[in-house]
Design a protein around this ligand. Sequence first.
Ligand code: SF4
Length: 427
Amino acid sequence: MTVNSPLPKTTGCRETPVLKQRGQREVFCGLTGIIWLHRKMQDAFFLVIGSRTCAHLLQSAAGVMIFAEPRFGTAILEETDLAGMADAQDELDSVVAQLLSRRPDIKQLFLVGSCPSEVIKLDLARAAERMTQTYAPHVRVLNFSGSGIETTFTQGEDACLASMVPVLPVSTSRELMLVGALPDVVEQQAISLLTQMGIGPIRVLPAPRAADQFGVGENTVFALTQPFLGDTHAALERRGARHIAAPFPFGEEGTTAWLAAIAQEFGVAQDVFDRVTAAPRDRARRAVAQASESLRGKTVFFFPDSQLEIPLARFLTRECGMTAIEVGAPYIHQNIVGPDLDLLVQGPVLSEGQDVDLQLDRCRAARPDLTVCGLGLANPLEAEGMTTKWAIELVFTPVHFYEQAGDLAGLFSRPLRRRGLLKLEAA
Ligand code: SF4
């Protein structure tokens, strides 16, 4: 007997009407993704074509060590470059030539677009093609946009991975592709569980090195590890690969459902699945129960930021005993977060996009126990006496799969405990 779905059928939020708003938004741009991507792809270099603001963002976000040779940099377009685009292209060619002659370890170069209008006018796709012809086969040059006009902070990873898909070779092998940049230790946990079930070969996008490249085709099935990979999902489907839809692997329940969907696809027997997952499931359940004690009965409000909001709301409401008041997401891709929406108990407002002032009014009126939002909103809300959690931490901290389930609950309970201690001290 192959694996059954471990989840009960529920009347979730897939059909809930979504409040769609477009207005001023408060989010980081997609350049932020370079901070975690450059650690994951060990022979890649990210060259941001941008302004001094972009350089400052990267340096302050990454805490760049000036004596280390980092794997990202900014080619700053000065005002004078605006005079002629031909000059800007020549300048870019010369920056890349210098970089690649100094750094023979670079095997993949990403030209990353940004907001300034002069950068938007530069045809980085053509530049990447031209440079690939110059530097192949030693270096592959690709491009994507991290512009704050087009991307929220997690979409930088999506744009980067999507840019890699069209150049993957054709493959006819039956393979599982895990898609999303996870910390190595977390990625290994997932691969180990799947391997123990007899599932393989397993590929990971992004691969750590260009030489580890693998193919894609109609026999490729893929599972996303992050819910913000909409463009990558579409690019893989265009290459013939098939998505294994599942709730995202946050918490014990999400991890079990995600693994079960893959196990079903590969015809794993129920007793094998149970044997492999029983011990880590039990550890995860106990860790979540302990870490979520202070979350039970509390309310939570999500501002749109990371695109993790819907799976996290599912985790907090189903496994940690919280009630969601509003779950805002920058975009809601039904084909990606649909299985999480199916499990999210009806009740919260679902909102897509943002008109920040209107959303702040709703949040203040609701006075949630915990507000999950970007850095720009957290400080003013804290000053008003509200308890907040920075959404960006959820991307920088290992939170996927069984062994991190307790830590994930802990990330939400910590601000509530801190607020409780501050109240005690003030009393
Ligand atoms: Fe600012 Fe745009 Fe540069 Fe991001 S890409 S740092 S939003 S100028």
